[in-house]
Design a protein around this ligand. Structure first.
Ligand code: ZN
Length: 242
């Protein structure tokens, strides 16, 4: 079966719609969402409605928790804080209740789905150093975890007694005896200098993962951010993928 793994939509409806169209064309039968449906973009409710229709495999991100009072937003950047507070005003009562109920991680057939890190899902660490990656592998129950949060695609591999290796995040053929942590990048606000929406496709029979990129109407998403009175930088960065 083919899984589509999406993360960090951040209220970007144009990017989410284009991604859903793409994953359907790829024959994905199951979708997992790794958190941060709100924050930054102008359509939190609409994105949440689409995701809720699409899948039950949804975990909480730090912006989702921040928007419903479950995570302290003092450590957020000023633009992120502004956008989270704006999202809080926009969200329907029902959507707030839904976000409050979200788990921090899911596990299915040896695959862990989590927003930030498998070892401390509620601490929202950026898993970007080798010691942090080692801790992530140490906490991993199965052989594979999908993460988001940094908005930058990354693939890490580790043999039982070996050290963590950084491998090509665009294509991974999974091998027996090796464990993997894969960051699928961000649908709604990529930060790897590629403005196209990013998501992962995983074939659990062929044991093959690929990173997909999808073009979408960036200008439409930018216009909505400006019109909503959100910080202009949040619109500008979408065109650069930063
Ligand atoms: Zn995010």
């Amino acid at each position: 079966m083919k899984w589509a793994i999406l993360s960090d939509v951040h209220g970007n409806l144009e990017a989410l719609r284009a991604t859903i169209q793409d994953l359907r064309g790829q024959g994905a039968r199951q979708v997992a969402f790794l958190g941060d449906v709100v924050g930054y973009g102008a359509n939190p409710n609409e994105c949440l409605a689409l995701l809720r229709e699409l899948t039950e495999w949804v975990v909480a991100g730090n912006h989702d928790c921040g928007a419903v009072g479950l995570t302290d937003i003092d450590t957020f950047t000023s633009a992120a804080r502004t956008a989270v507070l704006w999202s809080q005003q926009q969200l329907s009562t029902e959507n707030i209740a839904y976000l409050r109920r979200l788990p921090l991680w899911h596990q299915k057939e040896g695959i862990t789905f989590v927003h930030a890190s498998p070892n401390a899902p509620a601490e929202w660490n950026y898993m970007i150093t080798f010691p942090e990656a080692e801790e992530g592998f140490h906490a991993l129950a199965g052989d594979l975890a999908f993460v988001g949060h940094t908005h930058q695609p990354l693939a890490l591999a580790k043999e039982a007694k070996g050290e963590v290796q950084v491998i090509n995040p665009e294509e991974v053929i999974l091998k027996e005896g090796i464990r993997y942590i894969i960051n699928v990048g961000s649908v709604g606000q990529p930060r790897d200098s590629n403005p196209q929406a990013a998501y992962g496709l995983y074939d659990d029979v062929a044991k093959k993962y690929i990173l997909k990129r999808v073009t979408y109407d960036i200008q439409a998403a930018q216009k909505k951010i400006i019109k909503a009175g959100l910080p202009p930088f949040l619109a500008q960065r979408l065109a650069k993928g930063i």
